[in-house]
Ligand binder design. Structure first.
Ligand code: GRG
Length: 282
């Protein structure tokens, strides 16, 4: 099957993947308030960037299009972890946001206790899905290891801790880069590297570099959008630290570095991962 770019890949895969996510949670979660709260955020219009990057990387590394549903458990697990992180991030004691994706945040809709538990449920269920997947044991183990490493206290959770405890202090550029890497880039890197592993591809330095660069770029783009909207004026962000135009330059630099890194890959079809970079032009 000839798929021209990342956008077309998503258009073809997303309907089945969204149905998979819904069907699985609906059939597995019996506690109705918990199920409603978990599905509320999972179905709230997220772009599914991370699971699509996982599947696109697996496909680029040789998994056939018709075999992609076998990888949905792992892709789904990545989206569950992402969704949990957003629910917890919005909580009053974290980023304290009442809205997410244009609708009420989970804790505003259901209450703080249920929102904490919806997040806990999504995080735990992610690892259940990986364990239950039909992929080989070594692939499942790699998925557990990479996801736990990058999303847990060695990655995203550490970044979030720095974020909430350093609010009163202006971070240096190096400290802010570490924060962004952990808080945002590590989960995106996990999506790409797990995709390669699950497709039986040896992990390459170039792919890790590509994934890290797009992860950092993701955060900068988000910060620039928020700065345009007049948000986050006193937060630790690159626009606040070095200004908007220097941040824009940094973003372009990261996109260029990501492109150069992925173009050095010799062993797989690079089209989809190169065309993912169009995301930053939108
Ligand atoms: C609570 C442990 C814990 C971690 C939270 C996710 C997170 C860590 C913080 C969010 C901070 C933030 C808004 C970062 C900007 C980049 C980002 C992660 C944006 C949201 O991701 P999208 O655009 O979201 O992929 P959708 O809505 O499409 O799913």
């Amino acid at each position: 099957m000839e798929i021209k770019n990342f956008k077309e890949f998503c258009e073809r895969v997303l309907p089945d993947f969204n149905k998979f996510l819904n069907d699985r949670l609906n059939s597995e979660i019996k506690q109705t308030t918990l199920r409603d709260a978990m599905l509320y955020s999972l179905d709230a219009g997220g772009k599914r960037v991370r699971p699509m990057l996982f599947l696109a990387t697996a496909y680029s590394c040789g998994v056939k299009f018709e075999d992609l549903p076998k990888y949905f458990d792992i892709a789904g697990a990545i989206e569950l972890v992402h969704t949990y992180s957003l629910i917890h991030d919005d909580l009053p004691e974290m980023d304290d946001s009442d809205y997410r994706r244009g609708q009420l945040a989970n804790h505003v809709q259901f209450g703080v206790g249920p929102a904490v538990l919806a997040g806990d449920g999504l995080l735990t269920q992610a690892f259940y899905w990986i364990a239950k997947s039909d992929l080989s044991t070594d692939k499942r183990m790699a998925a557990v290891r990479i996801l736990a490493h990058n999303a847990g206290p060695m990655g995203m959770v550490a970044g979030q801790m720095t974020d909430i405890t350093m609010e009163d202090r202006r971070l240096s550029e190096t400290e802010l880069t570490t924060l962004n890497k952990e808080k945002t880039a590590d989960l995106i890197t996990a999506a790409v590297t797990t995709g390669a592993f699950c497709a039986g591809h040896e992990l390459s330095k170039n792919l890790v570099q590509y994934a890290n660069d797009i992860g950092l770029a993701f955060q900068l783009k988000d910060d620039l959008n928020d700065a345009d909207d007049g948000e986050d004026a006193d937060k630790n962000t690159f626009p606040n630290l070095i200004g908007k135009s220097a941040t824009e330059e940094k973003l372009q630099e990261l996109i260029k570095d990501a492109l150069n890194a992925v173009l050095k890959e010799t062993e797989f079809d690079k089209n989809l991962l190169v065309s993912f970079l169009d995301y930053f032009k939108e």
